[in-house]
Structures are given as C-alpha cells and as structure tokens.
Ligand binder design. Structure first.
Ligand code: KG4
Ligand code: ZN
Length: 336
C-alpha cells in the first residue's frame, strides 16, 4: 500500500509518500521559520495562510518528485492520511481539508492522524525492530510526555510536564537571551562554544518521580542574566542545555527501570538535540538497554511519520469518516 501523508499542525507544510513496508518514497517539508522568526514565535494566522499557499505545491512535489514518478510510473496513493490534532486550529484545517478533498476526488480512504502518535511512528519507521515495551520520551514544542509504548497503538502515560513543555523551555530561554526562533537548534549551536559549568542552574524535580517541571529552570536563567548581564550567551546556552538534558535522560532511564521496559526511545523535535542524544545513548550503553533514536530529520515535524501512523491505523482500526473534525487539543490515546 502507498500512503500520502500530510502534516500542517504548526509551522511546517509537509507531504510524504510511504509504503506499507516502511519505505519512504518521498518526504517534502516546507518550513515557515523565516516568516515567523521576526515575531519570535509562530503566528497562527500567518501559519494558516502560508499552509494554504504551500500545501498543493508541496503535495505535488511529494507525489511527482519520487523515482517512480520520474520513471513515468505515476504514484497514485492507495489512501491519504492527514494530521487532525493537536495543533493550531487554522493550520490543521488546511491539511485535514486538503486530505479529505483528495481522498474524495481519488476515491481512496482518508485517515485522520494524531500528531503525537505520528511522532511515535517516526521512531518505528526508522527502527522497525524496536523491542517492546519501549519507554518513550516524547519532547516537542507543545508536549513533554513519558510513556510506555507496549505495542504500536498501545500507550500508557508514565509522566508529563506540570508546566512548560521541554521545547517551549528551549524556545523561551532562547528568546530571552536573544538567540531567536526556533530556540532549540539555536541553543544547541551556541552551547557548542559555551561552558556548561559557568553557572549553577536547578534540575527541577530530578530527585524523584516521572513528572517534569521546566518553568522554574527558565526563571532561574532569567535571574542569572538579570544579576550578571555580562554573562556570555554561549555559557547560558550550555548551562541551560546541560540542566534540561540531565532531567530528561534521568527521568526516562528511571521510567524504564520502574516499568521494566525492554528499550528506550526518543521522539519529537527536542529529540533532534545532539547533546540529549549523546547523553542518553551513553546512559543506555552503561545500563545495557537498547536505545532507539529516530534520525534527526524524523524527530522534527514531517509527513512521513503521519503517513506511517496512517498506514498502521488504516490496517488495524480502519479509515476515518470524512466528517471527522480537527481537534486542536487532541490527547494521545492512552490504554491505561
Ligand atoms: O516536534 P516539533 O518539530 O513540533 C511540535 O510538534 O511542537 O518540535 C518543535 C520543538 C521546538 O520547541 C524546537 O525548539 C525544538 O523542538 N527543537 C529542538 C531542536 N530542534 C528542534 N530543541 C532542542 N534541540 C534541537 N536541536
Ligand atoms: Zn511535532
């Protein structure tokens, strides 16, 4: 089966063609970062308008830019999957409506995909041999969830943030220290030239439990900068990155220990962070537990993960009704 996936939940307009044996035939991502960066964050109205302009060219490139298409074997998808939540309402509407219209026009099934579940399928697409149950740390701009994936489609919530999401903390700290948007990659780059031990920052809630809190860490950074305006941006970035990564890898290792996980994996935009990837890999190696990291391109928003989740959903649950609505605050379906 060949699935066209469409992703427009935030500021990336993306389309991809993926087969049921996990082959990514094409994956096109048009980022709107340049449009939003002057405002220091995503502006929902600008995002919706940009999705409207980009969605058809991006889908066209995904369908016609494949090797098969180049060899004049037209790629006709057997089904269409689009993100229906969570995300920005206007942005979701563009992708979901386009997906439904194409499914109707082509006479193929439509599948409405949960964006967070899409992030989980990014790991499965890159690592089909993943060992279940896997302890997953899903860290994105809007979510920080620690869960046990017992099988595809079967998730248990183990912990979550009580305030800001991890990506949100990267973005807010970056904005405060003048590194711009998106904050995660900017902090990662600046941190390479900084000294992580140049200042003391807290590791909120690291001692026990599986929940997270990041707003105190952000406030601690602000206090340091106010008290010492001369402090180097690179040093703040390095100290902040080390503090947040310490908390993230400690909690996922603890979750795997408590819940007897067979392996550990990362998902979501923050999972692209090299320092987090390296620290977690080192911990997993030291503890003899397999660690599955999606490729960095698969961590941030893309449509291949939506197509992969859509294939699983279509094969195990069935198609969605064309009357399915978008849901900006759609939760990930948990089994317990
Ligand atoms: O999953 P994603 O692309 O979109 C959402 O679903 O939110 O995640 C975006 C988030 C942003 O907060 C961004 O700053 C963060 O992921 N991010 C990173 C890195 N790349 C993206 N955070 C830390 N290090 C990175 N290299
Ligand atoms: Zn995402």
């Amino acid at each position: 089966m060949v699935m066209l996936g469409i992703e427009t939940s935030c500021d990336e307009t993306a389309a991809a063609v993926v087969t049921s044996n996990g082959e990514v035939l094409s994956s096109v991502i048009s980022s709107q970062v340049d449009l939003h960066s002057i405002y220091g964050g995503v502006v929902p109205e600008i995002a919706s308008r940009a999705h409207l302009e980009l969605i058809i060219p991006v889908i066209d490139e995904a369908l016609n830019g494949t090797a098969q298409a180049a060899a004049s074997k037209r790629v006709v998808p057997d089904a269409v999957a689009a993100t229906v939540g969570p995300g920005l309402a206007g942005a979701l509407l563009v992708g979901a409506s386009t997906g439904k219209a194409l499914s109707l026009a082509w006479g193929v099934p439509f599948v409405g995909v949960n964006h967070l579940e899409g992030h989980l399928f990014a790991a499965l697409l890159d690592h089909p041999d993943i060992q279940f149950p896997v302890a997953v740390l899903l860290v994105s701009g809007g979510h920080t969830l620690l869960m046990s994936m017992d099988a595809p489609g079967s998730y248990r919530l183990l912990g979550r943030t009580v305030d800001d999401a991890a990506g949100e903390a990267f973005d807010k700290v970056a904005r405060y220290i003048g590194l711009g948007y998106p904050g995660g990659p900017a902090i990662e780059n600046a941190a390479r030239n900084g000294d992580p031990e140049s200042m003391e920052l807290p590791r909120p809630m690291i001692e026990k439990g599986l929940d997270f809190s990041f707003s105190g860490l952000k406030t601690a950074v602000i206090r340091v900068v106010q008290a010492h305006p001369e402090v180097k941006t690179e040093d703040i970035a390095a100290a902040f990155q080390r503090a947040i990564v310490d908390v993230l890898y400690t909690k996922v290792m603890r979750a795997a220990g408590i819940h007897g996980s067979s392996s550990i994996c990362l998902a979501g935009g923050v999972a692209a962070n090299s320092y987090l990837r390296d620290r977690l890999t080192a911990q997993c190696n030291a503890n003899g537990i397999p660690c599955y990291l999606p490729s960095r391109d698969m961590c941030t928003d893309n449509a291949a993960m939506v197509a992969a989740a859509g294939i699983w959903q279509l094969e195990h649950i069935g198609p969605s009704s064309l009357s399915i609505s978008i849901d900006p605050s759609m939760p990930i379906p948990m089994s317990a």
